[in-house]
Design a protein around this ligand. Structure first.
Ligand SMILES: C[S@@+](CC[C@H](N)C(=O)[O-])C[C@H]1O[C@@H](n2cnc3c(N)ncnc32)[C@H](O)[C@@H]1O
Length: 364
């Protein structure tokens, strides 16, 4: 007599195998990122030896703590997928075609970065780039990147650069907004899901919106960003999904082109550290204006000195190595106070790996 396989056992093995695959995937991205950074840092230090004086090596204890935080982030990412916050597939989302196509360009761009570093050039753009109409604080070569945020080639390299910077877990950090967003939207559970409207502010190349699309099967999604090039890239990525296409608009987050009380949820990932202090408050004010009473606003950005003083060396290294003119002010800013000053109720803050999250609600 043939015995039938126990479905519980099969599902246990399948889950264990998927988890192993996820861990292996994350591990390989971490090894690759570290190898890339080691080689590119050594090359840069050889070309510009004075750069070494700008940074302080991290202690073994700090490196261990970072590793622990990274592992914990991956575990939470896995758990959220298991709980059904989002589908397991998105844990394995890669940008392999972009990687194969644009990775060599990252290396070819290095000499231009060295020139800007040596000559302290922070605002250089190709001649054909339109610079009219942008706030002054925005016209910067953030991270020394060629053309700042204003060219297609910058948009093509951006996701690779960010993922390497964050040791392969940039998307896992972005996904930490999804559980609180889903939770916050429960306030509107009496509405048909397709009437729920969510805006991602400074959506960049669309990776956060891609996660939101996977999480909210219905609902209207919107993205806003100042960069036409990054929006073009976002449109490319998001139109791969045949079921849903967010509405993307070029606009300043300080002056959102939407009516009052329009969105049930708003998210904003990795924008605030690139804004001067006054603009951070302006963006929060605008986000408050367009949020419906009862709506949720979630900010994800770098950790700050007040909650992670042990990482001060790393934060100082970051602003010394990358051109981030507002970062030192950002890590000392009280974002919670700014949210509350506008009228938001701060529900909680969270820390994951090297990021901090503010979950706020507009009172009913
Ligand atoms: C570090 S990137 C983050 C992009 C994206 N949210 C992500 O998770 O990768 C910062 C983004 O903010 C956009 N940005 C900067 N200042 C802005 C402003 N005042 N209004 C709208 N977008 C802005 C930039 O064009 C860029 O796409």
């Amino acid at each position: 007599m043939q015995s039938t396989p126990n479905p519980d056992l099969l599902s246990f093995f399948s889950e264990a195998l998927t988890k192993l695959a996820y861990q292996g995937f994350q591990q390989s991205k971490s090894v690759f990122s570290l190898a890339h950074k080691t080689i590119s840092d050594r090359l840069t230090d050889t070309v510009i030896p004075s750069r070494q004086n700008l940074t302080t090596p991290l202690s073994p204890e700090l490196l261990l703590e970072l590793q622990k935080r990274r592992n914990k982030l991956c575990e939470i990412d896995w758990q959220d997928a298991q709980k059904g916050v989002y589908p397991v597939d998105i844990l394995f989302d890669t940008f392999l075609p972009d990687f194969l196509r644009y990775y060599p360009e990252m290396w070819l761009d290095l000499p231009k970065i060295w020139t800007r570093l040596q000559q302290k050039q922070y605002q250089t753009f190709a001649e054909d780039i339109e610079k009219e109409g942008y706030p002054r604080y925005y016209l910067q070569n953030f991270h020394y990147q060629t053309d700042g945020y204003l060219s297609d080639s910058s948009a093509n390299l951006y996701d690779l650069q960010v993922d390497i910077l964050f040791n392969g877990v940039a998307d896992s950090m972005r996904r930490r907004i999804l559980a609180p967003l889903k939770e916050g939207l429960k306030t509107f559970s009496s509405l048909p899901p397709d009437q729920i409207k969510v805006l991602d502010v400074a959506c960049g190349t669309g990776r956060t919106l891609k996660g939101i699309c996977a999480t909210l099967s219905k609902g209207s999604l919107f993205g806003v960003d100042l960069s036409p090039a990054y929006l073009r890239k976002a449109n490319q990525l998001l139109s791969e999904n045949p079921k849903k296409l967010p509405q993307l608009t070029q606009a300043n987050a300080e002056d959102l082109p939407y009516p009052d009380n329009f969105f049930h949820g708003l998210t904003c990932v990795f924008l605030f550290h690139e804004l001067p202090e006054f603009a951070r408050q302006e963006v929060i004010n605008e986000c408050f204006r367009v949020t419906k009473p009862g709506g949720t606003f979630i900010i994800c950005d770098s950790m700050q000195l007040s909650d992670s003083p042990e990482f001060e060396v790393m934060m100082n290294n970051f602003s010394a190595m990358f051109h981030e003119p507002y970062y030192q002010d950002y890590i000392r800013d009280n974002i919670g106070k700014k949210l509350e000053k506008t009228g938001f109720e701060l529900i909680e803050t969270q820390l994951h790996f090297v990021s901090k999250y503010w979950i706020a609600r507009k009172p009913m």
